[in-house]
Design a protein around this ligand. Structure first.
Ligand code: NAD
Length: 418
């Protein structure tokens, strides 16, 4: 089981990153005061008719952090562990992420405290529709555009789109991204975050002169981000030696058959028991390897785990997978870390491309989408790397500097009104 991070620590750490960066950039103190809190935080109560006839009340959130550079943008997360603190931290990270990848969006995040593993499809649909209704006045195609996150998927986004459109009285595909392609979803969106993560792996290995062919990769989390990253990296010649999910992991030093593993996970609901050695999530993090990709939850690598990490490179597929202490330990141990706000920005980038296609009633080919993703990701990686080399800072500090500087510039040039 992954080390479960105190969500308050996650938020405090995210605010501390902002404070440190504002000081590093010598920005005005009011910029920190303005950005440390979200512009809006909404808590909603969601009654849902369950299959057994009972009515259960769920709690949900929508947090809008900053819209200085464009409409709010951020996923909806379903998890029993969701808290307001976590959603606030994730909304702030979204603001920096959109600025680093340089798309005209601000940051937001949504979440509902629920255990989708123990809910039927009908219950999930009714929850999603009622939640959409509850946040209806806050969202809009030019105001706040939700998308998928942990335990939400294209079907969930289709329900959000339909509910919003039913209330409006006409189809509004541009209200949400990550939809099924049949409903105006973008080609390439499903794998976009993983494609961005893979591009970062390629750029980082090039930089460190580690051959991609047969590079040993370990991935924590085998959901959307983890599983597609495994497929893409395998196609690029890497050897995926271990993966895990919430139930545990599997190791095969000769390389896992990712195609068969995906089939196995679909059938059995877990990677545990697949051909290879069964390992715990803790053991997985300590494996000798070239690249470690945490693609599960925030805080999965803390001060207990960090000293034992043997990977040369960490590419953060998940948001906030390292605690502040772990980040320091790994930095001291000279692990090359590609931070979340750069590494997993491919998802929001293609969400932006989906939104642009929807607004223009266009549909682009997968090649076109992937080529735009490649160009933007490489540009962002190079910009962050250049800044880190110029300032002698880590990639994380450089990415935060780039993102926060762009947001602060937008705030200042827009001015305070009234
Ligand atoms: P997902 O729900 O598809 O998959 C999550 C995976 O993590 C599952 O395999 C689950 O079993 C595993 N997991 C959950 N708890 C675990 C635990 N305690 N130990 C080990 N594994 C555990 O979610 P996702 O969309 O792949 O998102 C994963 C991470 O990536 C999240 O931090 C999310 O915020 C981030 N992210 C996702 C996207 C996206 O486009 N999906 C974009 C940017 C960032």
């Amino acid at each position: 089981m992954v080390n479960s991070l105190n969500k308050k620590d996650f938020l405090d750490n995210t605010i501390k990153q902002l404070k440190d960066t504002v000081e590093l950039l010598k920005l005005e103190a009011w910029i920190f005061d303005f950005l440390k809190e979200p512009k809006t935080s909404l808590i909603v109560s969601i009654p849902v008719k369950m299959d057994d006839g009972s009515i259960k009340i769920f709690q949900g959130f929508r947090v809008q952090h900053s819209n200085a550079r464009g409409p709010y943008k951020g996923g909806i997360r379903y998890s029993p562990e969701v808290t307001l603190e976590e959603i606030k931290a994730l909304a702030m990270l979204m603001t920096w992420k959109c600025a680093v990848i340089d798309i005209p969006f601000g940051g937001a995040k949504g979440g509902v405290i629920c255990d989708t593993k123990n809910m039927s499809l009908g219950e999930k649909e009714r929850l999603t529709r009622r939640y959409t209704n509850a946040i209806f006045n806050l969202i809009g195609p030019y105001v706040d555009i939700p998308g998928p996150d942990m335990y939400t998927d294209p079907q969930t986004m289709a329900w959000v789109m339909d509910t919003y459109s039913q209330i409006k009285g006409y189809a509004v595909p541009e209200i949400v991204t990550g939809k099924p392609v049949s409903l105006g979803g973008s080609e390439g969106r499903l794998m976009a975050t993983s494609r961005g993560v893979s591009i970062c792996v390629r750029e980082a290995t090039n930089l460190l002169n580690i051959p991609l062919r047969d590079a040993e990769v370990v991935i924590q989390g085998f959901g959307n981000v983890g599983s597609f990253t495994a497929h893409l990296l395998k196609n690029m010649g890497c050897k995926i030696i271990a993966v895990s999910d919430s139930k545990g992991g599997v190791l095969n030093r000769k390389g896992l058959d990712i195609f068969k593993l995906s089939e196995y996970k679909l059938k059995n609901g877990t990677v545990v028991g697949f051909d290879g050695e069964s390992i715990s999530n803790k053991e997985l993090l300590q494996l000798e390897c070239d690249i470690l990709i945490p693609a599960a939850l925030e805080g999965s690598i803390g001060k207990e785990e960090a000293p034992f990490v043997k990977a040369k490179i960490i590419v953060e597929g998940a948001n906030g997978p390292l605690t502040a202490e772990a980040d320091e330990i790994l930095k001291a141990n000279k692990v090359f870390i590609v931070p979340d706000i750069l590494a997993n920005s491919g998802g929001v980038l293609v969400s932006y491309l989906e939104w642009v296609q929807n607004l223009n009633r266009e549909h682009w080919s997968e090649e076109e989408v992937n080529s735009k993703l490649e160009i933007k990701m490489v540009k962002a990686f190079k910009e962050v790397l250049k800044l880190s080399q110029e300032k002698g800072e880590t990639l994380r500090r450089a990415a935060l500097s780039l993102g926060i500087k762009r947001v602060a510039e937008a705030i200042k040039v827009r001015g305070i009104w009234p």
